[in-house]
Design a protein around this ligand. Sequence first.
Ligand code: 9MR
Length: 404
Amino acid sequence: MKKYRLLAMLSAAMILLAGCGSDDSSSSAEADKPADGTSAVTDASDGSEAEPAKDKPASERNSKFVETADYPKLKELYKDDFKFGCAISTTIQNTPEYSELVCEQFNSYTAENAMKPEATLDQKEALSDPDKYNEHVPLNFSNMKTCLDYAQEHGFAVRGHTLVWHSQTPEWFFCVGFQKKNGTVDRDTMLKRMENYIKDVLEWTNENYPGLIYAWDVVNEAISDSKGMRKESKWYEVVGEDFVQKAFEYARKYAAADVKLFYNDYNAYQSRKRKDIIEMLQPIVDAGNIDGMGLQSHVGLYLNPIEFKTAIKDYYKKLGLEIHITELDLGKDKSEDWETKQEELYKKLFTAFKELKADGVPLTSVTVWGLTDGMSWRKGENALLFNDDLSRKPAFDGIVAAAG
Ligand code: 9MR
């Protein structure tokens, strides 16, 4: 307990000294829609403020938080099944009580925002010499470093999220001279920029944190909500249909052997979207350039766990890929007993995960998308496992019960 607190305070102090950016700076980005059709929230901020480390015991600073040390530990309960992860923001890293709880409960780390292209691409440097940087856009790894130092220090394994995505990738990255007013570059230039981005991130992370990152979401959300590929994407617009194939080709070329390459999408369990995803991934599987399928799983209480389980099995059967549940959260409905229903559904899903394991499906990692309801991107939907005072919700107990 004391150790976690001290480490959290130390890392918060280091971050403050380094003056690194926060991953809450993503308001320009377009968020994906939750599966239940409610509108997306684009800001990562969480209603509770990041408390800079002060030289006082945490208990004196924050009476709003309850003690969490005696909770059952999800990472231990499921240690023989899969890694158990959480999407972690800089707010979580910098607040001793949040940090303590994520360290107690989880062993896999996904940066909620701070390892995305918009947190890494360096426009200022690019603009300083657009000709020099035309095909090889400069990066600033300070945000990534903040994440990876924290993960390493606290013993997490890391899911890298994400390399190629239509959202949270600034438009200037696609433009001539790195300015919107100039319009977009041609396909060949963009492919060079893509290759160099992937190369630089994979090589830098491997050189500086060898063995820490066990998987990367190479491409995120390339399939549309209606049919086929998503057309509202600069990647699609500038490179064309094969941008997904190219991204995986480059990722395989530069990734270390122990880093698994994933495609990641929301509503991936739904039959129409699943069919399109499988069709898109098949040639990439055939080329040997992908290892896994990530189902985000931003869903609601309407979800049928049997349909969900069937979908996971289908990805494995058809593509032979490893499976990760990458961004799980279950939004409430309008009923009065939503908490009990949410507990039941979390329990059924984790029971299904255990059954899948018993059937030989390689489900190797499950991540929940955030820590407390108030910090969730799905504001007002109470989709996560902990209340804002860190008391455990029935949802948490449902997952504990499913462990057997
Ligand atoms: O949780 C993230 C939120 O803080 C950001 O504002 C948002 C912007 O797009 O991205 C959220 O995370 C998304 C993830 O990276 C990809 N799948 C959907 C997630 C929820 O929108």
